[in-house]
Design a protein around this ligand. Structure first.
Ligand code: 16G
Ligand code: ZN
Length: 531
C-alpha cells in the first residue's frame, strides 16, 4: 500500500510555501493550488472508510459561493453529516506534508494513531460542482483512491446536498433506518412526492423565479422540475453553467444576501409582488426576496425562513396532539437578526451557537425537531429518530389531528436530514406559504428586521481575537470587550460583536440598532476599536 501511495503521491507534489487548512467549509483556495490536497483527501477518505469498517465516505469538490477560479473539498461522514472534527486536523496534517515521503509518514502515523485496520475495504462516493478546475481535481482524487486501493463511485456533477443524501442512502441500505434510493432521481422522486402530498388542495401562490447562480443547482433544479410537474410553477434563471466566469457572478444567494440587492439579471424580470429565490454555487444555501408594491427590493433571509418554518412546525405539533411528546427548538448564530430571535423566543426555545453548519447541526440534534438556519441561508430541520417513530406510531383521535400528523410525516420526507439543501428548503418554504396563503409581503411581516451592518476589518493577527458565549463576546485581546460594552450601551437597541473569520484573513464586526444610521455608526465605531 505505502509503495503505491508513494508512486501516486509523486505525481501530485505539494506546492512549496503554501499552508492549507481544513476549515469550516473544508479546504478552499484557488483551484490551481488544490491538486495535491485533493489527492491526499482521496487517501484520507479511504482511511476513514477503513476505520469505519468499510462504510462509504463522501467527497465533494466545490467552493460553494466563492469566485469561479476557487475550488475546495469537503468530506462527508457515513450518516451524510460533515466530517468528524477530530479528522479535520488529520486532513490538515495530510495536506501540509511537504514531500511525498513526509506524506507517507503522516499516513503511517494516522494508521497507528487511529488504530486503522488497513486490510478493511474502503468505499468513497464523490462528486463535483461546475467549476472549470473540477475535472482535473477529480482525476487527482481518483489517483488517491487508486493509490490506496479504494473502491470509488463517481457521481459526476452534483450539488453538495445531493452527495450528502447519497452517502446516507448508501450506508443505510438494508438497515431499519433506510433513507432512500441512492440516486439523484431517487432523491428528486422523494422530494417531489412529499411536496405533492403537502400541497394537495392548496393553491400555489404564483410563479417563483429561481436564481441558480449559474451553477450546479441549475441542472438539479431542472431535474426536480420534471418530477414536480405542475404542482408548482417555477422559472429558472442564471442557468449558464458553461459560460466562463458566470458562476456566482452578480447572482446567487451570497450576492443577494451580502449586497442586499436583486441580481441585475432579474431586474425588470421580477415584478411588484412577485417573489424569487437564489441558490449558491453548490445549492446548499437559499435566500428569498420579493419586490414590494413600491417596487422596492425586500430580502427574506435565513432568519425569515427559520421564523416561517419553525412557527409552522410548532403549530402542526400542537394540532396533531403531540405537544407533550415532541419538543421543537431553533438554533441560530450571533448573526441572527435580533428581531428574529425575539419573534422565535416568544414561541419556542432558541439556542445560539458559533458560526458554521456543524455547530448548528449538532445543537439541533438535541431537540425532537430542531430547526436551524444561518442568516446567510444555510439550514434545515432535523427530526430525531425517536420523534420520527413517535410520528409513525401515533394514533390521533380526530381527523384534524390526523391531517396535521400526515403533514409532519411528509415533512420528514421533504426535508433533507443530512445537511441543508436549497432546493428542499425552497419546497419547504413553498409548502408553508401555500398552507398559510402568504405572499412575500405577509411572510415578511412576521417581524421587521433591525437595521444592521456587517464590516470586515483587516488586522495584523486575527488569531489574537478569541471569543466566548457563542462568539458574542471577546475574551481576548484583554479589555476590548469592556470598551465595546461601553460603546454599545449608548445605542438604542444596540448589539454588536466581533469575531475572527474562519474562512478569510479578517475580523468581522456585526452591529444592529433600532435606527439605520445608528447601526452603521456602531459598526464603524466598533471596527475602529478593533483596528
Ligand atoms: C462557512 C460555513 C458557513 C459560515 C461561514 C462563515 C459551512 C458549510 N459553511 O462558509 O456556515 O456561515 O463559513 O464564514 O459550515 P466566516 O467564518 O468567514 O464568517
Ligand atoms: Zn454552499
Amino acid at each position: 500500500m505505502y509503495d503505491s501511495i508513494k508512486v501516486y503521491a509523486d505525481l501530485h507534489p505539494k506546492p512549496v510555501n503554501i499552508q492549507y487548512q481544513y476549515g469550516t467549509a473544508g479546504f478552499r483556495t484557488l483551484g490551481a493550488l488544490l491538486e495535491s490536497v485533493i489527492f491526499r483527501v482521496g487517501v484520507l477518505a479511504a482511511l476513514r472508510s477503513k476505520k469505519l469498517d468499510g462504510k462509504t465516505i463522501g467527497v465533494v469538490v466545490t467552493a460553494s459561493h466563492n469566485p469561479e477560479q476557487d475550488n475546495g473539498v469537503k468530506l462527508v461522514d457515513p450518516r451524510g453529516e460533515m466530517l468528524e472534527s477530530a479528522w479535520e486536523g488529520h486532513a490538515t496534517t495530510f495536506a501540509n506534508a511537504p514531500s511525498s515521503d513526509a506524506f507517507i509518514v503522516a499516513v503511517e502515523n494516522l494508521v497507528e494513531f487511529a488504530k486503522i485496520d488497513v486490510s478493511k475495504p474502503a468505499k468513497v462516493v464523490y462528486a463535483r460542482d461546475t467549476r472549470p478546475t473540477g475535472p482535473l481535481l477529480i482525476a487527482a482524487l481518483e489517483d488517491g483512491l487508486k493509490a490506496i486501493g479504494a473502491e470509488g463511485r463517481n457521481e459526476g456533477v452534483k450539488t453538495t446536498p445531493v452527495l450528502h443524501y447519497l452517502v446516507r442512502c448508501i450506508n443505510s441500505k438494508g438497515t431499519d433506518e433506510e433513507y432512500g434510493v441512492d440516486s439523484e432521481d431517487g432523491y428528486m422522486k422523494k422530494l417531489s412526492g412529499a411536496f405533492r402530498k403537502l400541497v394537495t388542495g392548496k393553491t400555489p401562490s404564483g410563479l417563483l423565479i429561481v436564481d441558480c447562480a449559474n451553477g450546479v443547482g441549475a441542472p438539479t433544479a431542472e431535474l426536480l422540475m420534471q418530477y414536480l410537474g405542475d404542482s408548482i410553477p417555477l422559472k429558472l434563471a442564471n442557468t449558464a453553467i458553461a459560460t466562463e466566469g458566470a458562476l456566482n457572478n452578480a447572482c446567487g444567494a451570497d450576492y443577494v444576501k451580502t449586497s442586499q440587492k436583486l441580481p441585475p439579471s432579474l431586474s425588470g424580470v421580477l415584478r411588484a409582488g412577485q417573489r424569487a429565490c437564489s441558490l449558491d454555487g453548490d445549492a446548499d444555501r437559499l435566500i428569498y426576496y420579493y419586490m414590494n408594491e413600491r417596487n422596492q427590493f425586500r430580502l427574506l433571509d435565513g432568519d425569515k425562513i427559520a421564523a416561517l418554518v419553525a412557527a409552522f412546525i410548532v403549530d402542526l405539533v400542537k394540532l396533531s396532539g403531540l405537544e407533550d411528546r415532541i419538543d421543537v427548538g431553533v438554533v441560530q448564530t450571533a448573526y441572527a437578526n435580533g428581531a428574529s430571535t425575539k419573534y422565535l423566543s416568544e414561541r419556542l426555545p432558541v439556542k445560539c451557537v458559533p458560526t458554521g453548519v456543524k455547530h448548528l447541526h449538532h445543537a439541533a440534534e438535541h431537540y425532537s425537531v430542531g430547526v436551524y438556519f444561518e442568516a446567510n441561508g444555510h439550514g434545515t430541520v432535523l427530526f430525531s429518530s425517536t420523534a420520527t417513530t413517535t410520528l409513525i406510531k401515533h394514533r390521533p383521535s380526530t381527523p384534524a389531528q390526523q391531517t396535521a400528523l400526515n403533514h409532519l410525516i411528509n415533512l420528514t420526507e421533504l426535508i433533507n436530514q443530512t445537511v441543508g439543501d436549497a432546493l428542499s428548503d425552497m419546497l419547504l418554504v413553498e409548502v408553508v406559504l401555500a398552507h398559510k396563503s402568504f405572499s412575500g409581503l405577509e411572510w415578511d411581516s412576521l417581524y421587521s428586521d433591525l437595521p444592521n451592518r456587517l464590516v470586515k476589518v483587516v488586522v495584523k493577527d486575527r488569531n489574537i481575537f478569541k471569543t466566548e458565549d457563542a462568539e458574542r463576546r471577546l475574551v481576548s485581546p484583554p479589555g476590548l470587550q469592556q470598551k465595546l460594552d461601553e460603546l454599545i450601551r449608548k445605542y438604542d437597541g444596540g448589539r454588536s460583536f466581533v469575531r475572527p473569520s474562519g474562512t478569510e484573513d479578517v475580523v468581522r464586526v456585526y452591529a444592529e440598532a433600532i435606527l439605520r444610521p445608528q447601526a452603521d455608526e456602531l459598526a464603524f465605531k466598533v471596527a475602529g476599536l478593533v483596528y
